[in-house]
Write a protein that binds this ligand. Structure first.
Ligand SMILES: Nc1nc2c(ncn2[C@@H]2O[C@H](COP(=O)(O)OP(=O)(O)O)[C@@H](O)[C@H]2O)c(=O)[nH]1
Ligand SMILES: [Mg+2]
Length: 304
C-alpha cells in the first residue's frame, strides 16, 4: 500500500521513539510512564497521552505482554478517538450546484496546492470545477493557481493583482453559472502579519458569496501545515472565531516526525479532517483514515 508506506515512513521517527521506550520492558508503572512520555514527544498532547497511559494501566496487561500487543491496544484506542473525525468528503456527491468551497489558512500551509488537488479529485469523478484566485495580493499566487489549472485542464477565474477580492469572488461566481461549473474552489490569501486585514477580507468574501447563495459557502476548509507545532492551535482559534470552519485539511504529513498533532487538534476543536496532504503532487491528497493514520503513527502493519 504505497500511501500507507509513505506516511509510515514519514512517521518513522515518532514510531521509533515509541518503540525504543517499549523495547524489552515489562508492563509496569515505569513502562506506562515511558509510553506516556513517548506519546507526548510524538505531539499527541499531554492530556491525550495521560488518558492513554491510564487506559494501559487499567487494562492490567500481564507482565509478559509484548511491545506489539501494547501497540495493538494503543492503535485501537487512538483509532476510536479519531474515528468520529473521519469524513466522507471525497466519497460524497456534492449536494449543491455549484458547491462553493472556501479554502483558508496561513501562507505557506498548502492552500493553493490543496485547491488544485481537490479540483483534480472531483474532476476525475466527473465534476466541472472552477478555481478562483482570490489571493490578489501577490502576482506569484495567481500564477501558481494558473499553473495548476492548466495542468488539470480546469476553468479558472483570475482576479487582477491588487483587485478587491470580494469583487473578484462576485465576478467569479457569475462566471461559474455562465460556465455551468458545479464546483467552485476559492483560494484565498493568508498573510498573518496583517491579520485584521486578512480576516476582514475573508469576512467580506463570505458576505458576497451569501448575496448570491444564502446557503454558501458550503464548506469553509482550513488548511493546516502538519509541520507546525503547538502554535497550530492558535491558528485554528483565530479562523474558527472570526470566519467559522467546517473541516480541516492537514498537509505535509509526508515530512513530519510529529504526526501525532492531529489527535489533540481534532479532540479540542471537534472538527472533521476532510483530507490529509502527503506530498506536492496532485495525487497526494487522501481521505483521512483513522486506522491507517494511527497504524502509521505507531509503526504498525495494517490488515487488509
Ligand atoms: N511535502 C509536501 N509539501 C506540500 C504539501 N502541500 C503543499 N506543499 C508545499 O508547500 C508549499 C506551500 O504550498 P502553497 O500551496 O503555495 O501554500 P499556500 O501559501 O497556503 O497557498 C509548496 O511548495 C507546496 O508544494 C504536502 O502535503 N506535502
Ligand atoms: Mg497560495
Amino acid at each position: 500500500m504505497a500511501f500507507f508506506d509513505k506516511i509510515k515512513n514519514a512517521f518513522h521517527r515518532t514510531s521509533e521513539k515509541i518503540s525504543i521506550s517499549l523495547a524489552g520492558k515489562k508492563v509496569d508503572d515505569n513502562f506506562v510512564q515511558e509510553i506516556e512520555e513517548a506519546l507526548i514527544m510524538a505531539d499527541l498532547g499531554v492530556e491525550t497521552a495521560a488518558e492513554l497511559a491510564k487506559k494501559i494501566s487499567s487494562r492490567k496487561f500481564p507482565r509478559e505482554t509484548t511491545e506489539f500487543e501494547v501497540k495493538q491496544f494503543l492503535v485501537s484506542e487512538i483509532c476510536s478517538l479519531l474515528k468520529p473525525y473521519e469524513s466522507r468528503f471525497f466519497g460524497e456527491n456534492l449536494l449543491h450546484n455549484p458547491e462553493i468551497i472556501l479554502v483558508i489558512g496561513v501562507n505557506g500551509n498548502g492552500k493553493t496546492t490543496t485547491v488544485a488537488k481537490i479540483a483534480h479529485i472531483f474532476k476525475t469523478s466527473g465534476y466541472k470545477p472552477l478555481l478562483v484566485a482570490a489571493d490578489t495580493f501577490r502576482a506569484a499566487a495567481i500564477d501558481q493557481l494558473k499553473y495548476w489549472s492548466e495542468k488539470i485542464s480546469t476553468n479558472i477565474y483570475i482576479g487582477k493583482e491588487g483587485a478587491d477580492v470580494a469583487g473578484v469572488v462576485y465576478d467569479a461566481l457569475k462566471q461559474a453559472s455562465a460556465n455551468a461549473n458545479d464546483l467552485v474552489l476559492i483560494d484565498t490569501a493568508g498573510r498573518m502579519q496583517n491579520r485584521c486585514d486578512l480576516l476582514d477580507e475573508l469576512e467580506k468574501i463570505k458576505r458576497v458569496i451569501k448575496k448570491l447563495d444564502e446557503s454558501a459557502p458550503h464548506k469553509v476548509v482550513l488548511v493546516l501545515d502538519g509541520l507546525t507545532g503547538q502554535s497550530v492551535h492558535g491558528q485554528v482559534d483565530v479562523f474558527l472565531r472570526h470566519i467559522g470552519v467546517d473541516g480541516l485539511i492537514v498537509t505535509k504529513l509526508d515530512g513530519t516526525a510529529k504526526g501525532g498533532a492531529i489527535v489533540p487538534l481534532v479532540l479540542r476543536y471537534n472538527l472533521p479532517v476532510l483530507a490529509i496532504g502527503i506530498g506536492e503532487s496532485l495525487e497526494d491528497l487522501r481521505p483521512f483514515d483513522a486506522y491507517l493514520y494511527t497504524s502509521a503513527l505507531l509503526g504498525m502493519p495494517v490488515g487488509e
